[in-house]
Design a protein around this ligand. Sequence first.
Ligand code: HEC
Ligand code: HEC
Ligand code: HEC
Ligand code: HEC
Ligand code: HEC
Length: 458
Amino acid sequence: MSPFLRCSIILPVFLTAVLLPLKDAQGQDGIWGDALKGSGSYDDFEKPERCASCHVDIARQYEQAMMSRAYTHSWDEIEYFKLAVPHAEKDPKFKDAVDGCNGCHAPLAYIAGDIPPPRPYSGSRADESVSCDACHTITGSGEDPPYNYSFTIEPGRAKRGNREGVDSPHHLTIRHDFTMSTELCGTCHNEKNPFDVWVKSTQMEWQEGPYAADGVRCQDCHMPPARSRNSIMSKEYDDVAQHLFTGAHSPGRLAGAVEVAVYPDVREVVPGERIKITVACYNHKAGHKIPTGSVEERQLWLTVTAVDAEGKSYHLPVDKKGFDGEEYTISSNELAFQDMGYMLDDPEFEGLSRDALPYEGDRVFRMPYFDPEGRMTIAQWNTARLGTDYRIGPRETRMETYTWKLPDDLPLGTVRIVAEMQYRRLIKSVGEYLGVPDEEMKAEFINRAESSFDAVDY
Ligand code: HEC
Ligand code: HEC
Ligand code: HEC
Ligand code: HEC
Ligand code: HEC
């Protein structure tokens, strides 16, 4: 090591060791949530480019993750500026909640009190979204369970991580249990709205599920450990936390998240008679429910079709189970989302197709969000009540049946049954109406299964 480099390592470490207690005294530990608003400035935080100069791989990974675009991503921009901000201007009781969008999506802007922040890509530091320095200077949570940016944070020389006794020429490093906990994630991945409704509960779903009991954290799945270097000057480790954070925007993360199996109750049927087809849907890959997080806008649905010996296909509607609120779990084109008319200042607005899926009658694994007037809403902040939770829990299996009276003239021969599960990040009718880029409404493949039976003579 050159004397210069050695000096540039020792001096800052020495200085920060001396200065750190001072910084602690002035730090923001002890306040969290809404009290963070305007409590500091952008300059308290280092820019991600600075971190990227040494943590090259981690930075390149993280640039591709949605959290590094939580403020700039176009659908976020549209929902915030077209719906939420105008809504809060008309109805001041939503102001704190709508300011609070930034607590999670643009924490630096929230702390700097720059609200609403300048539009994305106009050069403001709100664009940094959830930045390296935001996560790595969080010290704890003021709430248990954590929710609504309840993090306490001390921006400064000390970066909190997962390794004991590592040295950096640029900052102090502290091994910090909170950084390694799921509560860190929960400070933003659990959310309670002005109606006291839990509109996001990913960390709580995890806590109640089997993965918490097994000690498999969010980090283990979303930042998987792999042999590599965590910075250009460090040695190789076996288990560097890869900052991938793949989620609903990664086809590979979604694919296979639910296992699907299909079978008929009999292998030979006479046309004109009934057959019952069963589909088992097993969430074997996610540590929380599917869908989770932005549940108000996600769709996970199952389509079952039969294809006869001559290639003609028949869409089969799911059998009703009869539970309360089941109508919201079966695809329909009835009108919904009427509360957008008020937000958009359009008194003529009648609503949009609730599901806008290729077929009506498919099972949709979801939990509907209702506005104060009882209509389905896409606006989580305007959600007064949640409907029946028919999502698929971690390691849970849901069974669906399809009773089909075969047409009398069904051609004899083998009938194939195809069950396909798909996922959409944003309901198509809503996205199209608001001008959201098509890729947000793309149907993503989750899984597919096939079986068959024979249509036979008497
Ligand atoms: C001049 C180079 C340099 C810069 C700039 C830099 N780091 Fe580091 N950082 C290092 C080195 C070297 C280590 C120690 C790595 C090791 O040996 O495991 C380290 C360690 C860390 C750790 C602790 C890792 C652990 O395993 O606990 C974190 C967290 C971290 N840096 C975050 C940041 C953040 C956030 C920034 C930007 C605000 C940043 N670093 C800027 C070089 C740098
Ligand atoms: C400071 C707030 C904050 C913290 C802390 C935080 N997240 Fe996020 N996270 C967000 C926001 C905001 C989004 C939504 C990004 C967007 O707009 O699409 C998000 C999105 C995600 C996504 C979804 C990506 C996708 O493709 O849809 C994953 C996965 C994720 N976070 C994992 C984690 C994990 C794991 C942790 C803890 C180690 C964590 N987050 C901590 C705010 C946070
Ligand atoms: C056992 C592995 C596993 C664990 C543990 C896990 N996840 Fe996931 N996560 C997944 C899979 C698989 C998906 C994709 C399916 C889906 O969207 O639910 C996913 C998706 C997500 C998404 C995107 C959801 C959406 O529909 O937009 C977020 C956000 C997320 N996880 C955050 C977290 C957080 C926060 C934790 C910890 C509290 C966590 N995950 C724990 C596997 C895991
Ligand atoms: C959403 C929060 C979050 C963001 C944003 C984030 N990190 Fe991390 N980082 C973590 C967590 C959590 C760990 C510890 C992982 C674990 O416990 O398995 C970690 C670990 C690290 C480590 C040590 C990795 C190892 O295993 O040796 C470094 C270095 C690091 N982060 C740097 C960065 C840099 C640089 C950025 C920005 C490009 C960044 N982080 C962005 C949450 C974050
Ligand atoms: C408590 C933290 C928190 C608050 C407050 C919050 N969000 Fe989010 N938001 C998240 C997280 C975490 C996700 C990612 C969930 C997922 O991937 O399923 C998200 C996802 C989104 C998405 C979907 C992004 C996508 O890629 O599909 C939009 C749009 C959005 N938020 C807008 C808002 C608006 C507008 C507000 C204020 C009314 C707000 N958020 C308040 C944490 C928050």
